[in-house]
Design a binder for this molecule. Structure first.
Ligand code: PAF
Length: 282
């Protein structure tokens, strides 16, 4: 596996691969790799000639400085995991200057309102940071296909919107959420949970399963009340939001209209660790 630590060396490599007509699949990450990331590479390696990943903890998408500071980083461990996975051809570990040549600031984007829902209400500037770094990475890596986890479903739709608006020649793929045995969605943040917190956090996924059982049977205000009751009873956990939203517009709904697809979204703090999850309702 090739490791590129600068834009220049990466771009020479990409040019050669493009000349040989290789189809490139790309999965950007912020490192601290886990099986969820590996599932992106598995899908990418089935659909492309070459798989490239990147590891970059992007400062502009963190609205909370302490979250950025505490974000786990271990590049050597990540490289070992990638080598062991065996289906990643190259990894890009850019320096800040490679992605932000004019200084560490975000561009302002209009994602047709997708950015104002859910995460947008709680993490000011987050999607401008994601948009800025993903746009730059896609321009540098020039992939044919790019892969993002559905755990960050709002991010996935926003990246689709970004590439559509900028007419970037890349197809965006969502990869289903990879879960721990307990059902907890895999996340780099899970590493910070104690074994007890990890065990109790399975209530997040269990709750989404209940919501799916209640879908179109009880009203949304009643579902919202039940969710609030569940989390009021959880020690050391705080529900930040629970929203049932249209799967395309991400607009919150309080009624299930016919012909629309819906998804339930949840964010819970376990002490200061922010866990996010979602589920398509059917
Ligand atoms: O989902 C992530 O890990 C990040 O938001 C991404 C897409 C790599 C951009 O920094």
């Amino acid at each position: 596996m090739k490791v590129f630590r600068s834009k220049k060396t990466l771009q020479d490599y990409i040019e050669r691969q493009k000349e040989m007509g290789k189809k490139i699949g790309f999965a950007p990450t912020m490192g601290s790799l886990h099986e969820g990331h590996l599932s992106l590479y598995t899908q990418a390696s089935k659909e492309n000639d070459l798989v490239i990943s990147s590891v970059f903890v992007n400062p502009t998408q963190f609205n909370n400085p302490s979250d950025l500071e505490k974000y786990p980083r271990d590049f050597n461990r990540d490289i070992k995991i990638l080598e062991k996975a065996g289906n990643v051809d190259a990894v890009y570990l850019p320096e800040i200057v490679d992605l932000y040549p004019d200084g560490l600031k975000s561009k302002g984007y209009d994602f047709d309102g997708l950015e104002n829902e859910m995460e947008g209400k709680f993490r000011s500037g987050h999607f401008d940071g994601v948009g800025t770094v993903v746009e730059e990475l896609l321009l540098q890596v020039k992939p044919d296909n790019a892969y993002f986890g559905e755990k960050d479903y709002q991010q996935l739709l926003i990246i689709e919107k970004l590439t559509e608006k900028l007419k970037l020649p890349v197809k965006i793929h969502g990869v289903p959420i990879f879960r721990e045995k307990s059902g907890l969605a895999m996340s780099s943040r899970n590493e910070r949970l104690t074994p007890e917190q990890r065990e109790s956090s399975k209530v997040i996924h269990e709750t989404l399963i209940k919501v799916n059982d209640w879908f179109r049977i009880i009203t949304i205000p009643e579902i919202n009340k039940r969710i609030k009751d569940i989390f009021d009873d959880q020690r050391g956990m705080m529900l930040e939001y629970f929203v049932i939203a249209d799967e395309k517009t991400l607009k919150e709904t309080d009624f299930f209209y016919k012909g629309h697809d819906y998804r339930a979204f949840i964010v819970v703090f376990v002490n200061d660790i922010r866990l996010i999850d979602n589920m398509h309702l059917d």
